[in-house]
Ligand binder design. Structure first.
Ligand code: AMP
Ligand code: ZN
Length: 674
């Protein structure tokens, strides 16, 4: 086989795997197998540079950073959507549509989820992605071609030669945003307020390598240039899917009552969607009818966005207080009259930062809209009604830390790196600030880290207040008497606290590293780092070059993460803390995940899929402990498929094809011997 053919085959295989993973959500190879193909391709391209093309999968890690922003003017305006908030407003919309059409015309409608991300316009020519732009002001957007090329769900080739212009939304799945935010919080960065901010902020970043590190998806919902071959929106959506483009497939609906039924069904189903949906977009299906209806200066008359309710509420702001976090960041928080929001009563909502308050123009006394998106804490979205006392002052960020009185420092986002939803951050630079000490201890004790269950908010507050602990290592010097002496703490409870702290010595290095709160390093990264290092002594014994060399070799570790680890390991305070922890016998070496040599399942291989009652990794661990090996996909030779809720049809079909026995969770437990 010629090198060229081999290259083409590799590219083809990788693209096919990307398609299965990002578009179908049904990978057929393990991450390790995929990485193997990528490595092979990279090696080949290193040896034969003439094979490298703009659209090679290797380029998806991101090319050169843009020096500046390039604006692109487009021929068709990218419009907004008209909104409706009630069935009555939807009825009005339907009436307007029908009166705009000819007597006797039947209108069908397509109901699509309103994707909550950042809009993009993308041009394909000769089957290749040649340009991508942001919405901007509608006519003029920013060129973000290099960024969009890193999105793995967008094929780099489509089987369509003619030029087409597509509109779509860049978004982040909820689970991916949770993970990203966990990493960011661990990194001492502000969490993204919602998927839209995360997607929009990421799209505008200047360095495609950073974009490549973010888990973005795209979904296309419109063809603006080149739709001549189709007569309707539903046909177009089907065609986009056939081209291998990520899209939502929707059938046209009529009569109107059914449209409303579909909307209601979508409202009920959306909690299970992988992405955030804040409404349903209803579009007239027929392009001819769309043309007849036309547009206003702002939006098409043939479409409307029906906004779902429930996750928003309106209440009154009683106070704005400032909270100091683990990393010293000052966050203004609105204290509000209690209100029901997505099933819980809330009284506090974040205002993010001073810029955000100024932008929203929130004052004490105002009625505000609050919103909760996914797992994220509620946030103030806007002022509903200005009800402030006359002459009420604008909120001012304090000049000194409200906890320790140290003058605060302001950090402006570097030019060009401003991420939407984030403003300048204000922080308390005093490492010994009681709020930071409390935050660090609570973070250390949290479930994801050392899991010291008995160490709650109020106890930590007392311990820090009384000067009994200044850092996490001091926890191990406490005795039950000291704790019992604190208010409302009996002997028995005190002993339990001490036992729970003592137990945490047995946690493995990954949890310890996570608990130390290295900026940029969350749970996943901490585990990788732990596997590389083995013990805390080793991590802190590395010389700087060694750190760089080892850490930059870890999969998924970008330059920022590497720098962060280097800085952290150099920091005197952190080094002293590590010595204190080592002296107190905290942290167990990171075990290498090995398959047990004995056990009821030696020689058997498992693939686990769907939703189970336990975490997937825990299931894997108990299977391995019983001697089984784990496959990420069902293949020839797999012994069992453990199928939880929502198992994909493909997996079941494959199991049938290869004669693999399908088990439920209980049956699996019986095999393990539980
Ligand atoms: P708005 O910004 O609220 O006026 O809404 C218009 C925006 O909704 C568009 O620019 C798209 O980015 C976005 N959008 C999300 N989902 C869809 C969809 N299914 N069809 C059309 N636009 C959508
Ligand atoms: Zn402070």
């Amino acid at each position: 086989m010629s090198v060229k053919t081999h290259h083409a085959e590799l590219v083809h295989a990788i693209e096919a795997h990307n398609y299965r993973y990002y578009v179908l959500d049904d990978p057929s190879v393990s991450d390790a197998e995929f990485d193997g193909l990528m490595r092979e391709l990279r090696a080949l391209e290193d040896a034969y540079s003439e094979l490298v093309t703009e659209d090679s999968p290797t380029r998806r890690v991101g090319g050169q950073a843009r020096a500046s922003v390039t604006k692109v003017r487009r021929p068709h305006r990218m419009m907004s959507l008209d909104n409706a908030y009630s069935a009555g407003e939807m009825f009005e919309f339907h009436k307007r549509v029908m009166s705009g059409l000819r007597e006797g015309d039947v209108a069908k409608f397509v109901v699509e989820p309103k994707l909550d991300g950042a809009s993009i316009e993308v041009i394909f020519e000769n089957g290749k992605l040649t340009q991508a732009t942001t919405r901007g002001d509608g006519m003029t957007g920013e060129d973000i071609t290099m960024n969009v090329r890193t999105i793995r769900g967008i094929p780099s080739h489509i089987r369509h030669e003619k030029r087409i212009t597509l509109r779509g939304e860049v978004l982040i799945y909820r689970k991916d945003l949770d993970a990203l935010n966990a990493e960011r919080t661990a990194a001492g960065l502000e969490a993204f307020a919602n998927p839209r901010n995360a997607a929009a902020g990421t799209m505008r970043m200047l360095d495609p390598r950073e974009v490549a590190a973010r888990p973005l998806r795209a979904i296309f919902y419109q063809v603006v240039e080149g739709p001549e071959m189709h007569a309707t929106q539903s046909e177009t959506l089907r065609w986009l899917a056939e081209l291998g483009l990520p899209t939502h497939r929707r059938e046209a609906v009529e009569p109107w009552e059914d449209v409303m039924k579909v909307i209601t069904a979508m409202d009920q189903a959306r909690v299970s969607y992988p992405f955030e949906t804040d409404g349903a977009v209803v579009k007239v299906d027929d392009y001819g009818q769309q043309g007849v209806l036309g547009t206003t200066s702002k939006f098409p008359k043939w479409a409307i966005a029906f906004k779902f309710q429930a996750e928003r509420a309106v209440t009154t702001v009683r106070d704005i207080v400032v909270q100091v976090g683990r990393t010293g960041a000052l966050t203004p928080v609105a204290i509000m009259d209690p209100v029901q929001l997505a099933g819980t009563t809330v009284t506090r909502a974040t205002l993010h930062n001073a810029d955000q308050i100024r932008e929203l123009d929130v004052h004490v006394g105002d009625r505000v809209r609050v919103q909760k998106a996914g797992e994220i804490i509620p946030q103030v979205m806007g002022v509903e009604e200005r009800a402030r006392a006359e002459g009420s002052p604008h909120f001012q960020m304090p000049k000194t830390c409200p906890e320790c009185g140290t003058p605060v420092v302001k950090r402006l986002r570097e030019e060009g790196k401003i991420e939407l939803g984030e403003g300048a951050t204000t922080r308390c630079p005093n490492r010994l600030c009681p709020a930071q000490v409390r935050g660090r201890i609570l973070y250390y004790a949290s479930r994801a880290a050392m899991a010291i269950d008995r160490l709650g908010d109020s106890l930590v507050e007392k311990l820090v207040d009384k000067g009994l602990v200044h850092d996490v290592a001091d926890l191990y010097d406490l005795d039950a008497k000291q704790i019992a002496a604190l208010e409302r703490m009996g002997d028995k409870s005190a002993e339990n606290v001490i036992a729970s702290i003592a137990w945490s010595r047995e946690r493995t290095l990954d949890r310890l590293l996570c608990g130390l709160g290295i900026p940029q390093i969350g749970q996943v990264a901490a585990k990788q780092l732990a596997e590389e290092a083995g013990t805390l002594e080793t991590v802190f014994a590395w010389r700087e070059e060694e750190v760089r060399e080892k850490v930059s070799g870890i999969r998924g570790f970008g330059p920022k993460m590497v720098e962060s680890v280097v800085e952290f390991l150099k920091n005197e305070d952190e080094r002293n803390l590590a010595q204190k922890l080592i002296a107190r016998g905290v942290g167990r070496p990171q075990p290498h995940e090995v398959v047990a040599a004995e056990g009821p399942l030696v020689g058997k291989s498992f693939c686990v899929t769907g939703v189970l009652t336990r975490k997937r990794e825990d299931v894997h661990a108990s299977l391995r402990a019983a001697g089984a090996t784990i496959h990420d996909s069902v293949k020839k030779g797999t012994s069992y498929l453990v199928a939880g809720d929502k198992t994909g049809k493909t997996k079941l079909d494959q199991a049938k094809k290869y004669g693999v026995t399908v088990l439920d969770e209980v049956e699996m437990d019986i095999l393990i011997g539980n």
